[in-house]
Design a protein around this ligand. Structure first.
Ligand SMILES: Nc1ncnc2c1ncn2[C@@H]1O[C@H](COP(=O)(O)OP(=O)(O)OP(=O)(O)O)[C@@H](O)[C@H]1O
Ligand SMILES: [Mg+2]
Length: 288
């Protein structure tokens, strides 16, 4: 299949503040790739660079074989973007927004109607198609924005927190849609704050912290890298701690050494544990 997104030494500074500090990353064609990180880690800035919306301060990007320095138009034609902060034209209808988007991406006129019908049905947008964007709830705006981003059948779809603000049913529908798009050959690059979402959907994830990739691999590889088993226990001060072990037996041996009245439990390590450790958001006593 080969590499479809490549970033080398990607950096972005705003007035001397380095928001992205040199990212090296390759995404394979056909992957669902997750980009995780706390608020302000640099996820949106990275996506904006990868999708040609913002120029990197330095570094190189290749999208679908096209360098953003040289072949911007070809690279742009390969991607669809659903931005974190929805960028629809508020004063026109949903239908008009979708149509504008299709025209902007040079879709043949005769394909626009059928494709719009197909996608509005998939997303349940039918009753809202002739409403102005200002009349829509946040969730329907998000769905409109997603339909816009996939109208032209992009090879790569960038979704910046696509499920933020969606109700449970819509979220599940969107997951199904992402899987379906991926099955039909679209590479997906996704950011999310819902770690279980990434664990469930993504073949590989990168964890970003303060502008740097601090972990990269499949959820299983990342869990195994810190220890497949996690023991949670309360310290003498009542503070909850966790520690990782390569197997159940070593976890049990550790538990046997804890004071008898200690609250403790043993479970499989999750991607959330990896995230907390990689981003330094949770104390881990010598477990890594
Ligand atoms: N246009 C800008 N001008 C100045 N600083 C910016 C600009 N865009 C982003 N930043 C800063 O860069 C850092 C990274 O922001 P970014 O939006 O990429 O983070 P994020 O990982 O997407 O966060 P979130 O999870 O909150 O969406 C933040 O400190 C932010 O304040
Ligand atoms: Mg963001």
């Amino acid at each position: 299949m080969g590499t479809i997104i490549k970033a080398e030494g990607l950096k972005k500074s705003f007035d001397g503040f380095e928001a992205v500090k040199g990212i090296d990353m390759e995404v394979e064609a056909g992957e669902i790739f997750g980009f995780l990180g706390p608020n302000g880690a640099g996820k949106t800035t990275s996506i904006r660079m990868l999708t040609t919306m913002v120029r990197p301060t330095s570094g190189k990007i290749i999208i679908n074989g096209f360098s953003l320095d040289k072949d911007l138009t070809e690279a742009k034609a390969s991607i669809g973007v659903c931005q974190q902060h929805i960028s629809l034209d508020k004063d026109i209808t949903v239908r008009q927004n979708i149509k504008h988007h299709a025209i902007l991406h040079k879709m043949p006129a005769k394909e626009i109607g059928p494709r719009m019908g197909e996608l509005s049905e998939l997303m349940g947008l039918g009753p809202h198609m002739d409403k102005k964007v200002t009349e829509l709830s946040g969730g329907w705006k998000r769905k409109t924005s997603i339909v816009c981003s996939i109208m032209h059948r992009p090879k790569i779809l960038f979704l910046d927190e696509p499920t933020a603000g969606l109700d449970t049913k819509s979220r599940h529908m969107l997951w199904d849609m992402i899987r379906e798009l991926n099955r039909s050959g679209t590479t997906i690059f996704l950011t999310t704050h819902y770690i279980e979402e990434a664990e469930d959907l993504c073949g590989r994830v990168a964890i970003l912290n303060q502008g740097t990739i601090v972990a990269l691999g499949s959820p299983k590889e990342l869990c195994d890298s810190i220890g497949y088993i996690t023991v949670e226990y309360s310290g003498d001060d009542g503070k909850k701690s966790m520690r990782q072990f390569p197997d159940r037996q070593s976890g049990k041996e550790f538990m046997a050494k804890l004071k008898e009245d200690t609250a403790m439990s043993l479970r499989k390590t999750t991607l959330e544990d990896v995230f907390l450790i990689a981003t330094g958001e949770e104390y881990s006593e010598g477990g890594v």
